[in-house]
Ligand binder design. Sequence first.
Ligand code: GTP
Ligand code: MG
Length: 169
Amino acid sequence: MSKTHSYKLVLLGESAVGKSSITLRFVRNEFTESQEPTIGAAFLARNITCQDYTVRFEIWDTAGQERYHSLAPMYYRGAPAAVVVYDVTDRNSYEKAKKWVQQLKEEQRETTTIALAGNKRDLPNHKVTIQEAQEYAVAEGLIFHETSALSNYGITELFKELADKLPKK
Ligand code: GTP
Ligand code: MG
């Protein structure tokens, strides 16, 4: 039996960018157009098998609505991994994502591995280019993928890269 490494992972980002949809696609391979806004936070877990070990992600999918903002530290505290999500068709959500990255870096030294996800790639009229987000991600040392929870694009790659980069005890 291979060794299992367990990591707490938090998803952060503005409401409706698709945090729950990414989580449900990753954990259950499901997607629904009628995904309801999260209340507080939801917990889900999934193991992925890497070459000679298993990574278990214990995922806190937080609520992005403003009124829940102050709860976020409860969920990111002690989390070595974070996925910060924006919607590629919504510039404001990208600016919010950058603020989350800044907040994690300032307040949460334990979060060593941060991924930025530009979600809803399937939609037309992108307001944030891959190039712009890529440059920002490189400058900040983040993993970056454009994703679509709807078409199941980039999500496996995102979590695989997190699993690869997270420090193994
Ligand atoms: P909060 O829980 O309020 O923070 O929102 P959230 O970030 O969890 O967003 P959620 O997953 O609930 O998705 C919001 C809406 O966007 C839902 O109607 C989803 O079906 C839709 N959605 C999520 N991901 C995608 C995607 O990749 N493409 C498209 N076209 N729609 C998506
Ligand atoms: Mg949600």
